[in-house]
Design a protein around this ligand. Structure first.
Ligand code: NAP
Length: 247
């Protein structure tokens, strides 16, 4: 078994995942990163000195093929996911809901189940789930996304119960507004609409969240950081954002 500690990062091709690949590499971890857009992923991993493997977290065969190539796993960052659309429940889009549930919830389960034996085997495993303030709040038009992040939070809590007595820590990081490709994906490529989300305020950066992940996983082995809720100072609630006040 290789000596270097190995961190697996899902959704490493952009945003928080890409920043986490770079940051955890700098912290001395060997990194295996996965995403569907393999060219984008390779751009990230090649400059960071990490390994890229194609991964669709919603596809069990893809998850299994990916995990078979992971030599050992000390840290699993379940980051792949995101939101699609903003729609009232009365007008919900079936495909948006299905895709969000499959990537943010089902994918998180598939990855965790596949890597748990390796996380346990080294006597010091750590699962980091990227939730959201959408997992602790709701807003009109957001039920597709808030429901999946509430579910992810329930999984983080349940994992901590089921892993009681085992050497695997479980941390959930719940960010507010982070400027990544998140809003571009949410609004189906509409960059103008995406830009408005961050207008007149300073959002978090992907590096801010990578910093939280790095801090949580580098605490001593007996310290479990359960949850970190991290917002820009300008964001009091999911939909309450102070704009044009210099924050
Ligand atoms: P992003 O820039 O759009 O990145 C999303 C990443 O997830 C991409 O690398 C994408 O890669 C990957 N992904 C999506 N579906 C996937 C699938 N089926 N299989 C494998 N990879 C998949 O957005 P981000 O902000 O960094 O989002 C990362 C996480 O943070 C998400 O879970 C999101 O819900 C959460 N979050 C974001 C914010 C925010 O404001 N940005 C706030 C709270 C929480 P491919 O498309 O190449 O597969």
């Amino acid at each position: 078994m290789p000596e270097e500690r190995v961190a697996v990062v899902t959704g490493g091709s952009s945003g928080i995942g890409a920043a986490t690949v770079r940051r955890l590499r700098a912290e001395g971890f060997a990194i295996v990163a996965g995403a569907r857009r393999i060219d984008r992923l390779r751009e990230v991993t090649e400059s960071a000195g990490a390994t890229a493997i194609a991964l669709d977290v919603t596809d069990r065969a893809s998850v299994e093929a990916f995990c078979e190539q992971v030599p050992r796993c000390d840290v699993l960052v379940n980051n792949a996911g995101g939101a699609l659309g903003v729609e009232l429940i009365a007008e919900s889009d079936d495909e948006h809901w299905r895709t969000m549930w499959e990537s943010n919830v089902f994918g998180l389960m598939l990855m965790t189940r596949a890597l748990l034996p390796k996380l346990e085997a080294n006597g010091n495993g750590h699962i980091v789930n990227i939730g959201s303030i959408a997992g602790i709040e709701t807003y009109a038009g957001g039920a597709g996304y808030t429901s999946v992040k509430h579910a992810a939070r329930a999984i983080s809590h349940t994992l901590r119960l089921e892993l009681s007595g085992k050497p695997v820590r479980v941390t959930e990081i719940d960010p507010g507004l982070v400027e990544t490709e998140f809003s571009i994906v949410r609004f189906d490529g509409d960059e103008e609409r995406a830009k408005k989300v961050y207008e007149g305020m300073t959002p978090l950066t992907a590096d801010d969240i990578a910093d939280c992940i790095a801090w949580a996983i580098t605490r001593p082995r007996h310290v479990n950081i359960d949850e970190m809720v991290v917002r820009p100072i300008a964001q009091a609630r999911a939909t309450i954002v102070a704009r044009n006040v210099g924050l």
